[in-house]
Design a protein around this ligand. Sequence first.
Ligand code: 13P
Ligand code: SF4
Length: 332
Amino acid sequence: MKLTNEELREKINEYKKKLSVTVVAHFYQRDEVFEMGDITGDSLELAIKTKEDKSDYVVFCGVGFMGQSVKVLSPNKRVVMPKAACCAMATMIDGMQFDASVKTLNEAGIPNENILPITYINSNAEVKAKVAQMGGMVCTSSNAKKIITKALEEGKKILFVPDRCLGQNIANQMGLKSCVIGDGSNPAESDIICFNGFCSVHQLFSVDDINFYRKKYPGILIVVHPECDPAICDAADFVGSTSQIIKYIKELPEEQKVAVGTEFNLVNRLRPKNTYVLSSTKPECPTMNETTLQDLYDILKSIDEGAPLNEIHVDEETQKWAKIALERMLAL
Ligand code: 13P
Ligand code: SF4
């Protein structure tokens, strides 16, 4: 018989008391799953907080690269995911495509010793490992500007993967020249050369949406995530990562209207009043939404029965190098 959400919550809490587990949930999870999180946050906060965690199992409610980052940073931990959900952007680049991007730069006259690769944390461990092997590191949307500033001190060209929007937005903020591989421009003329990956959820917002809200509610503030297109970020009042958006909105006066361009579940729980989703289409991340309370219950049950489902494994060599890429970021 199918259990109700109330019954599932009760059973999940019983398992949480009985087992050595920590439930970790990203801000984009469904409300009922998010509420079960012992550790919650954006991708950077989850990577940092989970590293300190002492339980035997991390039950990660999010997408694959996030759970994988926990495993890479703490290889002795057992990391399981209630749903083996993948971030669509992270699947846009693998090791071979990374190598092909480096080759494109080489063909444009940029030798490997003049390339410093940076990968957004939304990438798989294989890509993070390759980035580390070339002296590069990981960034998240919270610290991308800081990481790129540091990287530029080496006087090299930055190969930024996989999110072209984040790469271009940071370049615009810093007054640097950027291009996207395959856009017809010469990479040798750019400071930041971006891979052509993107987040389909954050592509839903348009300048028309911004104009619509500004006309409807004069004085409204437009707040967006840097995975949105540069045209959207240029037109917005504030651009920030998930936790930067939360902090910015928390500090606004209650009567200040705000339209937010990021994932629906997060926007929906930001503030009871005067908060709008910057799109007529519901911007839900389909894979973040895959995880249900039933999945969380099933995975805890599988741990209790000694046969955990969806456990994350990363081979030793990839883990070693991907950890270096993540730790270079954490050190900053
Ligand atoms: P954060 O780094 O802001 O958590 O973003 C992760 C993500 O996938 C955004 O789409
Ligand atoms: Fe990936 Fe976009 Fe979903 Fe974030 S919102 S997890 S970038 S697909």
